[in-house]
Design a protein around this ligand. Structure first.
Ligand code: PRX
Length: 639
């Protein structure tokens, strides 16, 4: 039986964990036997429905999950726990940048979500009006999301590190006339002015925007035409807002991500399938229950935070931890302090963070009692065996199962992972596909490749958390889904190998999407910001392997004739990216190049630039129109 020991190159979960897990080996067997789509009924059973659903999926290819059902996400994440007599249990713990803490019980969360929902209604927000939320990691962020969900207004959370231009594009793209933001926030002890960014964004939006501003800096409220969050909540104290029963296919939220075009990609998630998927995976993969304290360290501005800092843990009535700061401020043991203080049971973070913790050394986790932890997880990029083992040993006390979870903004929730009480873990590989998820590795024509061979990772059956855009036949949907020999396939854009035991080994992106510190950025989007700079003729952006961040951003920029590739131009390039997207997308390296490697038809070949940036062998370059540029670029980088 499983005993935490190593077998066949894998690590089995400790038997104590396996026996008490939410999903045991026999559950898993019966789920796999029930098969697709029937096994997803278990997911829907975790929720409370205003109207029961008629079927697990619709008849015409599962574009609608749990058809006929009606439910409210805010009710499922808040009210039902209060109604069950758990109003005094802690729903949310917030650890602020300046060492402040705030705790919300489910009753307190209920009160504030209701008051803010009433306030939003007073401002004119109706069902299906999109509310943009541009906030750092403060409790008002999940509260605003839940308030929107309560009144049936989809939210669109924009990561607070994005620039004013990026915010404006995202507001206009969603026709959003309402913005919840704040006066500013602290980053590494410095106050940043978020309100100025929000104001600049609103100036460039073509229609008037109602703003609600959270006072985070405790500075004097900035001047302007807006509503203070605290006034809105105070004015509605004690008001109860009936949760709006939503159809399963009604939007819960919009979220932007990076694709392969110069524009951000809009992804829509619907109420029924998404909530069932994240509740189920929180239950099965993170093994969460109402007594657990869960900490997903991702920013709520990204999908990971939506699914596993807000909707998943709250749907199950657990306690979720929200941390505003950075891991090394004021000291490199900050996260371990948060875990000890809050007796966190499940910790979920990105491999890039694990690699940083490993570099800083085990003395930092050793300073703290981390014995409350019983499960660890990672997401966002592959975790190598060394980092995996370090994480399990020094954070997980050599005992905790570690789940490497693979998923995307488009999948809504985890689709590939080991089940922590069931499967043997293989450091360096994510697990098999979860019960009810079907995945395969295929060649460019969509045909299956042999086990052990590299190819593209596709999902071959729909799943409840899938983005609505995947089934709509929009341009984007049409490009990412296809039918091969009668089989539906969603092309994830990732490269992978499936081994002979069905475990997937992820090998990075197959497209031009960059993964920097577990965050997804589009090379094309960065390039279009650079090309807009006066004096730039063309540009190509690639990832260069970095031991901590996974990839760094390397821009090759070719200046216009008679323009010098000097420090002034380099500064303009960096400023342009910061202003178009945000500091997260600013290239780490800018190399000025007389020209870029191109095919005979004039297309820039990023693959060669990536090899040059990474000091790799390029192989045959004879297909290039200008093969001589390769040597020139290599010697430029050697300088
Ligand atoms: O390339 C894969 C990588 O992150 C991409 C999805 O990014 P995003 O939509 O921003 O969602 C991030 C978190 C859900 C994927 O296409 N990725 C995510 N998880 C893993 C991963 N790569 C390897 N292993 C993982 N566990």
């Amino acid at each position: 039986m499983a005993d935490g020991s190593e077998k066949r190159g894998g690590v089995d979960p400790p038997s104590s964990f396996a026996e008490g897990a939410n999903v045991t080996a026999s559950d898993c067997e019966s789920l796999r036997a029930a098969g697709w789509p029937a096994c997803w009924e278990r997911a829907a059973e975790l929720l409370d429905w205003d109207r029961p659903f008629d079927a697990v999926v619709d008849d015409d290819g599962a574009t609608c999950w749990f058809p006929g059902g009606r439910l409210n996400a805010s009710y499922n994440c808040v009210d039902r726990h209060v109604a069950a007599g758990r109003g005094d249990e802690v729903a949310l713990v917030w650890e602020g940048k300046l060492d402040e803490t705030r705790t919300y019980t489910y009753r307190e969360l209920y009160d504030e979500v209701n008051a803010f929902a009433a306030g939003l209604r007073d401002l004119g927000v109706g069902e299906d009006d999109v509310v943009t939320v541009y906030l750092p990691m403060v409790p008002e962020l999940p509260i605003a999301m839940l308030a929107c969900a309560r009144i049936g207004a989809p939210h669109s959370v924009v990561f607070a590190g994005f620039s004013a231009d990026a915010l404006a594009t995202r507001m206009e793209g969603a026709d959003s006339e309402y913005l919840v933001t704040c006066d500013g926030y602290y980053r590494r002890g410095t106050a940043l002015d978020l309100k100025r960014m929000a104001d600049n964004a609103c100036l460039s939006v073509e229609y008037p925007v109602e703003q609600v501003v959270v006072n985070r800096l405790d500075a004097e409220s900035p001047a302007g035409d807006y509503h203070r969050y605290s006034d809105v909540v105070e004015a509605n104290e004690g008001t109860e807002v009936e949760p709006v029963a939503r159809d399963v296919d009604d939007l819960l939220f919009l979220i932007y991500t990076s694709g392969t075009t110069g524009e951000p990609t809009l992804v829509r998630h619907v109420t029924g399938g998404y909530l069932a998927h994240v509740a189920w995976t929180s239950h099965a993969v993170f093994d969460l229950g109402p007594d657990d304290v869960h900490w997903c360290s991702a920013d709520v501005g990204w999908i990971t935070g939506h699914s596993y800092a807000v909707y998943g843990p709250l749907a199950l009535g657990a306690t979720t931890v929200l941390y505003e700061g950075t891991p090394d401020h004021p000291e490199k043991d900050r996260l371990w302090r948060v875990i000890e203080r809050n007796e966190v049971n499940v910790f979920y973070t990105a491999p890039t963070s694990v690699r940083a913790f490993m570099k800083w050394g085990s003395e930092y986790p050793e300073r703290h009692d981390l014995s409350s932890l019983r499960l660890l997880g990672t997401v966002g990029e592959p975790i190598d065996e060394t980092a995996w083992r370090w994480y399990r040993e020094h954070v997980g006390g050599g005992e905790c199962p570690v789940v490497d979870t693979w998923w995307q903004t488009e999948t809504g929730g985890v689709v590939l992972s080991t089940l922590p009480g069931v499967d043997s873990m293989r450091p360096g590989a994510v697990g098999r596909s979860l019960p009810g998820v079907e995945a395969a590795v295929v060649d460019q024509m969509g045909k299956r490749v042999e086990a052990g061979q590299s190819g593209e990772l596709v999902l071959t059956r729909p799943w409840p958390g899938m983005a609505q855009s995947l089934c709509e036949g929009t341009d984007w949907g049409a490009r990412r889904t296809r039918t091969v020999d009668g089989e539906w396939q969603y092309d994830t854009g990732d490269k992978a190998v499936r081994d002979d035991e069905g475990y997937f080994h992820l090998r990075g992106r197959a497209d031009d999407v960059l993964n920097v510190s577990g965050r997804r950025l589009s090379s094309t989007e960065i390039e279009s910001a650079i090309i807009g700079v006066r004096g730039v003729a063309e540009a190509a952006v690639v990832g260069r392997a970095d031991a901590i961040k996974g990839s760094e951003i390397h821009a090759f920029v070719s200046p216009a004739s008679n323009v010098a590739g000097d420090e002034a131009l380099r500064a303009r390039v960096r400023e342009a990216v910061e202003s178009a997207i945000g500091a997260i997308a600013v290239p780490d390296t800018v190399t000025f190049a007389p020209s870029l490697p191109k095919t005979r038809s004039g297309k820039v070949v990023r693959r060669y630039l990536e090899a040059i940036a990474n000091g790799e062998d390029l192989g045959d370059t004879s297909a290039l129109r200008n093969p001589e540029i390769v040597g020139e670029l290599e010697s430029l980088l050697d300088e």
